[in-house]
Ligand binder design. Structure first.
Ligand SMILES: Nc1ncnc2c1ncn2[C@@H]1O[C@H](COP(=O)(O)OP(=O)(O)O)[C@@H](O)[C@H]1O
Ligand SMILES: [Mg+2]
Length: 387
């Protein structure tokens, strides 16, 4: 997630300082201070647009691969501008203008001279150049379960195309992983290359589903899902909780009328979207398994096709996308073809599961101070599904 978006959603500077202090003290037995926009010994610049926090004295060429995804756009003139921007924005003197803040670490730590930070949704990733690896640590006040998911699933299914993980420490809240090089699918200029990579990602997920699939009673599954939603929604503010419960009831009723008695579930990725499929030199990687969990078999396919993670985008494409998938099931049934005759029921179920995830995220992370994206999602689903 981009720093500019994180700043809207949470008190980013404070969270970054506290989380990094925590991590450094645990990793190096260091006792010091990380400060935002203050004088200090070791200075890091922040670029919100390129999503990097980098040491003042690092060789700028080292950053090239990390910001590559932001220097590409499908529109040719934007592409030229973005290339120019990403070259100059991290170099003196334009850097003075474009870097939107700084962090300083006191006392300085030698290892950090070539460390670059990529902040994310629930954790912060360090690109450790000398170690040729990454360290991923939890943001303070965030839900440790998501970090654990990301580690556990990659450890438990080593055949998946993922960066290898190691050294998870449950009480220290961090792990390490192989440093990889790749571009997200939405930044790949070549369409046929993109389609091949998407097919490879789908095949990998399909193989995960076939290893983990199970049939469950749909009545019991829906009941438990709604019970959890009810319980969690009590922790939301009254207005939001009311809307959540209404949408939950309506989705449940719709799902019930279309689903068979037994439904197929499997371990899902949980955040299947182009940004989480990276194309490396001669292979792909599926990253970001934080939301991985046992869910209905088409959950990932619907998350991808109906843009569950982009409520604003859903507004524009939702009815056409639903129609397209009703007429041509292939974009959904790549996951499994046994349940293709119940696809409408599975769509309502996937929406309900996504609502459950969103509410769980809201209530487990006190540091997220804006629920705007959940509200937009609810409005879109309520209106466009004619609930
Ligand atoms: N193993 C890795 N090595 C190098 N860069 C990585 C690695 N894993 C992720 N990244 C980079 O970090 C970015 C965000 O990672 P991700 O796990 O999707 O976090 P989030 O979506 O929560 O921000 C990716 O787009 C990629 O650029
Ligand atoms: Mg991601």
């Amino acid at each position: 997630m981009k720093i500019s978006l994180l700043k809207v959603r949470e008190d980013f500077d404070n969270i970054f300082c506290k989380s990094l202090e925590n991590f450094l003290s645990k990793k190096f037995d260091w006792n010091g201070e990380v400060q935002a926009n203050m004088q200090g010994e070791q200075v890091f610049y922040v670029n919100d647009q390129l999503n990097v926090i980098y040491p003042k004295y690092i060789k700028r060429a080292l950053l090239t691969d990390l910001i590559k995804e932001y220097s590409w756009s499908p529109i040719w003139w934007k592409r030229q501008l973005q290339r120019i921007y990403s070259f100059f924005a991290i170099r003196f003197p334009a850097e003075k203008l474009f870097s939107k803040g700084r962090f300083s670490i006191t006392p300085a730590i030698k290892n950090l001279e070539k460390w670059v930070f990529l902040p994310g949704n629930h954790s912060i990733r360090v690109i450790d150049f000398p170690g040729n690896e990454c360290h991923v640590f939890l943001k303070v006040g965030f839900f440790k379960g998501f970090l654990e998911n990301d580690f556990n699933i990659r450890r438990d299914f080593p055949d998946l195309p993922v960066p290898k993980v190691y050294n998870y420490s449950s009480e220290k809240h961090y792990y390490s992983e192989d440093k990889i090089l790749g571009l997200p699918l939405n930044r790949l200029p070549n369409i046929s290359e993109r389609n091949i990579a998407l097919k490879q990602a789908r095949d990998a997920l399909q193989s995960l589903y076939s290893k983990t699939k199970d049939y469950l009673s749909s009545e019991k599954y829906l009941r438990e899902l709604c019970e959890r939603l009810h319980k969690n929604s009590q922790l939301l503010d009254n207005e939001l909780s009311g809307v959540v419960l209404t949408v939950c009831q309506k989705l449940k009723a719709a799902a019930q009328s279309y689903l068979p008695d037994e439904i197929l579930v499997a371990q899902s990725h949980g955040d299947f979207q182009d940004a989480n499929i990276l194309k490396g030199k001669d292979r792909i990687y599926i990253i970001d398994w934080e939301y991985s969990c046992v869910r209905s078999i088409y959950y990932d396919a619907f998350t991808y096709e109906l843009f569950f993670r982009f409520p604003q985008k859903m507004l524009n494409i939702y009815p056409q996308a639903v129609q397209k998938n009703q007429n041509n099931h292939e974009n959904i049934t790549w996951a499994n073809d046994e349940e293709s005759s119940h696809i409408t029921g599975y769509r309502y179920l996937a929406l309900l599961e996504d609502l459950d995830l969103k509410v769980q995220e809201c209530v487990s992370i006190s540091k997220i101070t804006s629920n705007e994206s959940v509200r937009t999602w609810l409005k879109v689903v309520y209106a466009l599904e004619n609930l």
